[in-house]
Ligand binder design. Structure first.
Ligand code: GDP
Ligand code: IMO
Ligand code: MG
Length: 448
C-alpha cells in the first residue's frame, strides 16, 4: 500500500517540514491536506533555508508532484507569494503544484475577524492565533452560506456571490470595528481575487480525483500534516487549538483518500515540548531550563516570530496523540538541543486534584490543573550535531530515546540532531513497521 503520513504529536513545530523533505525522495506525491498559512515548515539543505507555509515541503525535490487539497484553507495572496519566492530562488513550481478547486478561500474579512475575535474567549486568555484568518474561514466553510471555494472564482456568478457575502460581512463587521474603519469594497476585492484566480488557473484541479487515481495506480503518496495533534479541533486542548483536524484522524477527510491507503504513520516529536500561543503546557519551564531550550533550539515562531514556550517532554500527551493518530513509529527531532543539561526530565503522569492519572484529560481546565510527575534521566554534555550513527550517540542520549519509545509504545526509527537534511539518522528499529500496540489502560471504576 502506498501511503505514508507525517503527523506532529505535540503543539506544532516538531520539524515536520524537515522530515517530509527527507522522505520525499521515496515518494511520488506530497500532499498538504489541512490547515493553511498558519503553518511554517522549515527545510535546511546545503546551507540554504526554506520556509514553506502552504506549499508542501516536497516542492524542493524534482520529479515529485505536490498537492494542496480541499481540506486546506487557501489564502491566494500567500500561495502566490510563496510560488514567486521559490521560483526566484530557482525552484520550479509550475507544472508540479496542484491546488484543489474545493479549497475554501481566505478573504480579507477572515483576517479582520481573526484579529477582532482573538482574545475574546470568556474567562480570559487569548488563543493567540497566527492572525491568518484560519478559524473564520473554516467557520464560514462549516456555516456554508458565506463560504467561497477556489473553484467559485472561475464561475460566472463569482461577482454576484462575492457581493452578497461582502454585504453581509460589512453589516457584521460594522458592529465590531472601530468607528471610521472603511467598509469592505466588493469591486476592489473582486478585481484583486480575479487577478489571483488568473495567476493560479493552471494549478487548479480536482485533486480528490487525482489522488484516488494515484493511490489506485500504486503511486507512493506522502501526507504532510500541519500543526500538531494537540491542536486538533476535536481531540486537542480545546479551545486552545487550531480549526482543523491536525491529528492523524484528519488525513482522510482533508485529502479525500481513505485511511486504508495509508500504511505508515510517522509520529514526529521534539525531544522536549514547545507551544506558541495560549493554553496549558503542563511541563512548561519558565526558568533557566526553558531558556536553554529556547536559545539552543531557536524556539521563535516561523510564522509570527513569537518566542515559543518551552518545557520537558510530556509522554502523557504524546502517548495520547500517538494512539489517536495510529502512529507506527516515531521520529525524535532536535535531540541536540538537550545537550548541556545535567538532568533531563520526562513527564510520565499528571497529578490532578491529588489523583495520579496517565490518561490525557479531555477538558482543558483539568489539564491546566495538572501537575506533572517526572522521571529523571541523566543528561549529556556532548555536541550531537555531528553524530550520524545511532550507535555513536552517548549512552545517555540512547537511553533517553529508548525511554520515549517505551513510554509511547512505538519504536524510534528516526533521530534528528540539527536542522540540515544530513543531520538525521535512521535507527535499526525502522524495520519494525508494525509494533504490537499497547493496550489501553483499563479505567478505574467510578466510585460513588
Ligand atoms: P514544522 O512546523 O513542524 O515543520 O517545524 P518548524 O520548521 O516550524 O520548526 C522546527 C525548527 O527546528 C526549524 O527551525 C528547523 O530548521 C529546526 N530543526 C529541525 N530539526 C532540528 C534538529 O534536529 N535540531 C535543531 N537544533 N533544529 C532543528
Ligand atoms: P506548524 O505546521 C505551532 C497555533 C497558534 C495558536 C493556535 C490557533 O508550523 O507546526 P490559528 O492561527 O491556527 O487559528 O491559531 O494554533 N498554531 C501553531 N503552532 N505550529 C503551527 O503550525 C501552528 N499553527 C497554528 O499559535 O496557538
Ligand atoms: Mg512550524
Amino acid at each position: 500500500m502506498p501511503g505514508t503520513c507525517v503527523i506532529g504529536l505535540q503543539w506544532g513545530d516538531e520539524a515536520k517540514g524537515k522530515l517530509v523533505d527527507i522522505l520525499t525522495g521515496n515518494h511520488d506525491i506530497v500532499v498538504r491536506y489541512q490547515g493553511g498559512a498558519n503553518a511554517g515548515h522549515t527545510v535546511v539543505s546545503a546551507g540554504q533555508t526554506w520556509k514553506l507555509s502552504l506549499i508542501p515541503s516536497g516542492i524542493l525535490r524534482d520529479g515529485v508532484a505536490c498537492v494542496i487539497t480541499g481540506g486546506v484553507v487557501l489564502d491566494p495572496a500567500r500561495v502566490i507569494e510563496e510560488i514567486d519566492g521559490l521560483e526566484s530562488r530557482g525552484v520550479r513550481v509550475a507544472g508540479k503544484l496542484q491546488i484543489s478547486d474545493r479549497a475554501h478561500v481566505v478573504f480579507p474579512w477572515h483576517i479582520a475577524e481573526d484579529r477582532l475575535l482573538d482574545g475574546s474567549l470568556s474567562g480570559g486568555g487569548a488563543i493567540g492565533t497566527t492572525g491568518r484568518g484560519i478559524g473564520p474561514c473554516y467557520r464560514d466553510k462549516v456555516g456554508r452560506a458565506l463560504a467561497i471555494r477556489l473553484g467559485d472564482l472561475y464561475r460566472d456568478d463569482f461577482r454576484a456571490r462575492l457581493g452578497h457575502v461582502v454585504d453581509f460581512k460589512n453589516r457584521l463587521l460594522s458592529g465590531w470595528q472601530a468607528a471610521g474603519t472603511p467598509p469592505l469594497d466588493a469591486d476592489a476585492i473582486h478585481a484583486q481575487y480575479a487577478g489571483y484566480a488568473e495567476r493560479l488557473r493552471s494549478c487548479v484541479a480536482d485533486t480528490t480525483a487525482y489522488l484516488l487515481d494515484a493511490v489506485e495506480d500504486g503511486k507512493r503518496v506522502l501526507f504532510e500534516g500541519a500543526q500538531g495533534a494537540l491542536l486538533d479541533i476535536d481531540h486537542g486542548t480545546f479551545p486552545f487549538v487550531t480549526s482543523s483536524n491536525s491529528s492523524g484522524v484528519g488525513v482522510a477527510s482533508g485529502s479525500g483518500v481513505p485511511g486504508r491507503w495509508v500504511d505508515r504513520v510517522i509520529g514526529v516529536v521534539k525531544a522536549y515540548s514547545t507551544r506558541v500561543g495560549g493554553g496549558p503546557l503542563p511541563t512548561e519551564q519558565d526558568n533557566a531550563v526553558g531558556q536553554h531550550l529556547r536559545e539552543r533550539g531557536r524556539e521563535y515562531g516561523t510564522v509570527t516570530m513569537r518566542p515559543r514556550r518551552c518545557g520537558w517532554f510530556d509522554a502523557v500527551a504524546a502517548r495520547y496523540t500517538a494512539r489517536l493518530s495510529g502512529v507506527d513509529e516515531l521520529a525524535v527531532m532536535l535531540l541536540d538541543v538537550l545537550g548541556g543539561l545535567d538532568e533531563l526530565r520526562i513527564c510520565t503522569a499528571y497529578e490532578i486534584d491529588g489523583r495520579r492519572v496517565t490518561q490525557f484529560p479531555s477538558h482543558v481546565t483539568d489539564l491546566a490543573r495538572a501537575v506533572p510527575v517526572y522521571e529523571s534521566l541523566p543528561g549529556w554534555q556532548d555536541d550531537l550535531t555531528t553524530v550520524r550513527d545511532h550507535a555513536a550517540l552517548p549512552a545517555a542520549a540512547r537511553r533517553y530515546l529508548e525511554r520515549i519509545g517505551e513510554l509511547l509504545g512505538r519504536p524510534v526509527s528516526i533521530v534528528s540532531v540539527g536542522p540540515d537534511r544530513d543531520q538525521t539518522m535512521f535507527c535499526e528499529s525502522s524495520t519494525t513497521r508494525r509494533p504490537s500496540w499497547p493496550r489501553p489502560q483499563p479505567r478505574a471504576p467510578a466510585t460513588a
